[in-house]
Design a binder for this molecule. Structure first.
Ligand SMILES: Cc1cc2nc3c(=O)[nH]c(=O)nc-3n(C[C@H](O)[C@H](O)[C@H](O)COP(=O)(O)OP(=O)(O)OC[C@H]3O[C@@H](n4cnc5c(N)ncnc54)[C@H](O)[C@@H]3O)c2cc1C
Length: 152
């Protein structure tokens, strides 16, 4: 029976690990499901400042692979808008919230990859909470700084 790999976090580390796992095991031996709470997978976080500074015209240029491409070409079920809330190691399951609906369900795994990145430290400097001071970590954060907050 196929093993099930769950990946939490759909950017560089998570999707690289998912793709490597897919390449290494014969077809049918591993089911891979990746949960990403944002709207995008495999985006270049390093490119976000260039997008905000208009050196990169379209946010879509920062996306290496979409969930659809992962499904079609890599047999990886990448689900955006899905946030992992809890990990139960005894049951070998994660609690996943579908963000648009708020629905939650447990998803079982044999292997688990946690690739949720890091949270930047924001020092308690005077004015750091002021209007117009932003942190940028994900492509969604970068898009919120564009005039239309639009999606690619
Ligand atoms: C603005 C910016 C510029 C950068 N520039 C450079 C550079 O020039 N050179 C360089 O080497 N590096 C740069 N970096 C760093 C580089 O982008 C990161 O090292 C890299 O993105 C880390 O990849 P990651 O997959 O580990 O984490 P991340 O890219 O942070 O991805 C983690 C993903 O996990 C998701 N996630 C988190 N928690 C959950 C959860 N509970 N459920 C579901 N999904 C979850 C997040 O939404 C996120 O998409 C930059 C980063 C930023 C933000």
């Amino acid at each position: 029976m196929a093993q099930r790999l769950i990946v939490i976090g759909g950017d560089a580390a998570g999707m690289s690990a998912a793709s490597a796992a897919h390449r290494q095991l014969p077809r049918g031996q591993l089911e891979i499901v990746a949960f990403e709470r944002g709207h995008y997978t495999s985006y270049s976080a390093c490119g976000i400042p260039y997008f905000i500074g208009k050196d990169v015209a379209e946010a879509s240029e920062l996306i290496a692979r979409t969930p659809q491409q992962f499904r079609d070409h890599h047999d990886i079920d990448a689900r955006t808008g899905h946030e992992v809330q809890e990990i139960d190691l005894h049951r070998r399951a994660v609690l996943v919230r579908e963000l648009p609906t708020g629905r939650e369900r447990w998803e079982g795994f044999d292997q688990l990859m946690i690739a949720t990145g890091a949270t930047p430290a924001r020092p308690p400097l005077p004015g750091i909470q002021a209007q117009g001071i932003y942190g940028v970590q994900t492509l969604d954060d970068g898009l919120r700084l564009t005039p239309f907050g639009g999606r690619p």
